[in-house]
Design a binder for this molecule. Structure first.
Ligand code: SF4
Ligand code: SF4
Length: 470
């Protein structure tokens, strides 16, 4: 079947339980942001911008675990910021798994291989040697790293192990050229590919997580799916980019771009996602068929943002992952106090102007699963999609020209400078990558302003802390 039975059954059981109990609103997925610090400064990321004053703040491990218990979502997506920077990420992942929930670690991929080497060191025994030999052959670890793994861990520190209940969800916004420019750093795509390969070799489950922007080339998206399908990833999350306030302001101020040149309107989203059902046949696209129909413009849905709540250092963020009208200390309090009828788009009319162009998965994917705007046949469609055979890996995807131009050793800087005035480079953020360095820093803030001092300070402290660990 397309998705693992145990996972599908867990989510179905949760929905049925609340339907029987007639619970008016409940959580399906918790978006947990233990911190907002990130090692990257992607163009279009509102997170590091909106919370640029709280980069040094982190949720405690206890708060994180308590949040999952509090909303009781069967699935927890650990995001951020970059969650692998969180000093207790291993304990957090294991704690949520111990609560019987499904875990997605939404990562930019840069620290994944380190975490997997930690896992290998924790289980090191002579029987691991064939695996190390394979990793060395594929150049996924170096001789030095193999030596470190062979030393093993002398303590019982927590590690992130492969589990059928857990996915690495790796941020990939295109092939190498596009991705590295959007994340504003060379070599990131290459590292993500190495991390995905290593994860698959070690038996982890891996998904990719893609945001589609106005200038995203649909053909390139298909090639990206083909390429990652050839690496046998387990699925893909895909969502339209939303023009939320923090990202919009950054775009105007730092990048001197108009948001409408980058983010999608509803009409554009429908055009970009016109083929999503076809993609769903060829690749393991996560989400319901009902949500896919919505993205393709075949039907309307009502936003159910309360079903994918966001918890961060300030509390439960309302009304949704993207918009912030307040933070609440408890999930139930947020459910009770927010006037949910003020948000979303109903019959093509935005109840709140900020919702007008939003079709993101965290607002509308649960609507498909929960039967909001139910139409006859929906349940059958969703069941059929879930239970139909998983699309086979697309081996010809290995021939995709994924490393298409800008990475370490290939003169990223020179190429990007040369391409800087091309419309494609501009849309992908090449301009921003360089104009950012030239701009004087005007106000105290985090990495979203181009000033990385807070982030570097925190990363430095974490590194020292780790070094001092017994
Ligand atoms: S990886 Fe990019 S999109 Fe993700 S939190 Fe960091 S800056 Fe934002
Ligand atoms: S439609 Fe829903 S998810 Fe989208 S911005 Fe509005 S409240 Fe948030």
């Amino acid at each position: 079947m397309r998705f693992p039975l145990a996972l599908t059954a867990k989510i179905a059981k949760h929905i049925i339980k609340h339907k029987v109990l007639r619970t008016p609103k409940f959580a399906l997925v918790l978006q947990l942001e233990p911190l907002h610090t990130c090692n990257l400064t992607c163009t279009g990321c509102g997170r590091i911008r909106e919370y640029s004053t709280s980069l040094k703040d982190m949720m405690s491990l206890e708060d994180c675990l308590e949040s999952a218990t509090e909303c009781d979502a069967p699935m927890v997506s650990i995001c951020g910021g970059e969650p692998l920077i969180y000093p207790k990420i291993e304990e957090l992942v294991n704690g949520i798994l111990a609560q019987g929930r499904i875990v997605y670690i939404c990562t930019n991929g840069m620290f994944m291989r380190k975490k997997m080497r930690d896992y290998l060191a924790s289980i090191y025994a002579p029987e691991v040697e064939p695996k190390l030999a394979k990793l060395l052959e594929e150049k996924l670890i170096t001789d030095k790293e193999a030596g470190e793994i062979r030393k093993g861990h002398k303590d019982n520190r927590a590690v992130i192990k492969p589990s059928k209940w857990q996915y690495w969800n790796v941020h990939i916004d295109g092939l190498e050229y596009t991705h590295d420019l959007i994340v504003e750093r060379e070599g990131v795509f290459q590292e993500c590919v190495l991390a995905v390969k290593m994860a698959k070799l070690l038996g982890y489950q891996v998904a990719t997580n893609t945001t589609v922007y106005k200038e995203t080339d649909v053909k390139e998206l298909e090639q990206m799916f083909e390429f990652f399908s050839s690496l046998e990833v387990d699925g893909h999350t895909i969502s339209p980019g939303y023009e939320y306030d923090a990202a919009k302001k950054d775009m105007v101020k730092r990048l001197h771009k108009q948001p409408e040149d980058f983010f999608l309107t509803r009409k554009m989203t429908r055009e970009k996602f016109a083929k999503i059902e076809e993609w769903g046949e060829r690749f393991t696209i996560f989400g319901t068929t009902v949500y896919q129909e919505f993205l393709a413009g075949k039907r309307e849905l009502t936003c159910t943002a309360w079903a994918i709540p966001t918890r961060n250092v300030k509390g439960w963020k309302a009304p949704c992952y993207l918009m912030t009208d307040g933070h609440y200390p408890h999930y139930q309090e947020m459910l009770a106090k927010v006037d949910w009828n003020k948000y979303g788009v109903v019959d093509g009319v935005a109840r709140d102007p900020r919702c007008e162009n939003c079709m993101v998965h965290c607002g509308y994917d649960p609507s498909g699963a929960l039967g909001t705007n139910y139409q006859p046949g929906d349940t059958w469609k969703n069941i059929k999609y879930n239970f139909s055979p998983k699309p086979k890996p697309y081996s010809a995807g290995a021939r995709v020209d994924a490393f298409n131009g800008v990475s370490v050793g290939k003169g990223h800087l020179a190429e990007a400078r040369a391409a800087i005035n091309s419309p494609r480079a501009a849309m992908n953020g090449a301009q921003s990558a360089f104009s950012r360095r030239e701009e004087p820093h005007t106000e105290g803030g985090g990495c979203g302003t181009g000033d990385t001092s807070q982030r570097d300070d925190l990363l430095g402290k974490i590194a020292v802390d780790k070094k001092n660990q017994p």
